[in-house]
Design a protein around this ligand. Structure first.
Ligand code: PLP
Length: 464
């Protein structure tokens, strides 16, 4: 158990763990043996992590990242722990080809029941359980192409997506990420071929004219490429890893109309936005727009285990199943993993109580007021919030190593990227936690990036 608010010392660490890591492991988007700081997680409980640095310094920090936006209910949640243990007592994995099990069936039913819906529009009724967000996106893209082929449009093999988007690290998913800031330049021969519209105007400053101008561009692109496009793919309302860019919900209505006009499928990637993060259960709900295909992941298991889902309409499922292939051509070994499904059911059970709505509202208010003073810093270009997401945008690239270390000294774990220092805290974060996160973010930015900075006292860690 990590003691709240206190710096903890603990003696059971393995002194050379970080050295052993450096000798053998890769980390995300990193070279082998990176020359960058690495922190060992010794314990995780509630919203807090206990970290041990390479010099033996220990810090208790609030996880302002929810472990890349997934741990919405916090670490070691009793309901999720109990669900995992109960399923472990039964069986932890069985193949899904030719077999089924209660956790997968119940999870699919619950996902269908909570998916975006609108009167007069087919709902999302069929579920494919994938093993990560990127794979769910791959499956969605495959399904869209198979749908077009099955309905007499075999040339429709490309996608229309948005600049500034991020959809995962597998090849087809990379192909619809931002063509400049994504990984297109590293794999030029493998990622070409898709069509990109501008990112929609920012929610905070969008004028009617700006939205109309963007809508005209999307309509024009779709019309020009309709014969080759299978689907439009976007992160609804919030582009996450591509720049934490929030845009007006009415843009989703535009996309729905354009897709319908040209017989394109509309795919919403709700992997980052799903399960309440933007203030609605799904970001699509801000506009009452129902896509033909939706991907969910990250928070699906409350961040306990890797699992994602692709949902589609009955019409799409029927067309693909009746097509020449006679099947959706995908089937991972760990599809529908029972342990992950059981924890996901427990997580959705917590979501279904509805407490997330008040929590996200409360956290959003705390983030907005807590981060407002960041605008007084010369290094800061913009501060924005949407739902339980708070963003400080700098004029220049963040010194990630220095800002991370400065935030840790103030009891906060953040993982900045590009020119952004942001937080997506767990929904169980208290008002005090949020105040600590926002103060820590601002102080870290100020310490590292502000020339005339009045030093905010840092909490010192204890070395062992
Ligand atoms: N789509 C979106 C919108 C994401 O934010 C991410 C991950 O950040 C992914 C897809 C990929 O998910 P995963 O990392 O689980 O493969």
């Amino acid at each position: 158990m990590v003691t709240q608010g206190a710096t903890v010392t603990h003696d059971s660490h393995q002194p050379d763990l970080i050295l052993r890591d450096r000798a053998r492991l890769w980390h995300p988007y990193a070279p082998a043996s990176p020359d960058l700081p690495l922190w060992e997680v010794e314990a995780a409980d509630g919203v807090r992590l206990r970290l041990r640095g390479e010099d033996g310094t220990r810090h208790e920090v609030i996880d302002a990242m929810s472990s890349w936006w997934s741990v919405i209910h916090g670490y070691r949640h009793p309901v999720l722990d109990a669900a995992a243990k109960a399923q472990l007592e039964k069986f932890s994995h069985v193949m899904f080809g030719g077999l089924t099990h209660a956790p997968a069936v119940e999870l699919a039913e619950r996902l269908v029941a909570m998916a975006p819906a609108a009167a007069g529009r087919p709902g999302l009724e069929r579920v494919f359980l994938a093993d990560s967000g990127s794979v769910a996106v791959e499956v969605a893209l495959k399904l869209a192409v198979q749908f077009q082929t099955a309905t007499g449009h075999p040339r429709r093999q490309r996608f229309l997506s948005l600049r500034g988007g991020y959809h995962g690290d597998t090849f087809a998913a990379m192909g619809i990420c931002d063509p400049v800031d994504g990984m297109h330049s590293a794999f030029p021969g493998l990622l070409a071929g898709n069509v990109f519209a501008s990112r929609p105007p920012a929610a905070a400053s969008a004028t009617t004219e700006a939205v109309q101008g963007w809508a005209a561009e999307v309509a024009e692109l779709a019309a020009a490429h309709a014969a080759e496009l299978a689907a439009i793919v976007v992160e609804p309302v919030l582009q996450g890893a591509g720049g934490m860019h929030a845009y007006p919900a009415e843009c989703l209505t535009v996309l729905r109309e354009v897709a319908d006009r040209h017989g394109l499928l509309l795919i919403f990637d709700e992997i980052a936005t799903g399960f309440g993060r933007t203030g609605q259960l799904f970001a699509a709900d801000h506009a009452g727009v129902v896509p033909d295909i939706m991907c969910a992941g990250k928070a699906l298991t409350g961040g306990y285990l890797t699992l994602a889902a692709m949902l589609c309409t009955a019409e799409v499922a029927a067309a693909v199943s009746g097509g020449q292939a006679g099947a959706l051509l995908h089937g991972p070994t760990f599809m529908g993993n029972p342990l992950a499904c059981a924890v996901a059911i427990a997580s959705l059970g917590i979501i279904e109580t509805g407490s997330w709505r008040a929590d996200v509202g409360r956290i959003g208010t705390g983030l907005a007021s807590g981060l407002a003073s960041a605008l007084e810093l010369g290094a800061v270009r913009d501060v924005r919030t949407i739902g339980a997401v708070g963003v400080i945008e700098l004029h220049d690239a963040v010194d990630v190593t220095a800002v991370t270390a400065a935030a840790i000294r103030r009891g906060v774990w953040v993982r900045p990227f590009r020119n952004l220092v942001y937080t997506m805290p767990p929904y169980i974060s208290t008002a005090t936690d949020i105040a600590e996160i926002t103060a820590g973010m601002i102080a870290a930015v100020a310490e590292v990036h502000e020339a005339h900075f009045e030093r905010v006292p840092a909490r010192t860690g204890s070395a062992s």
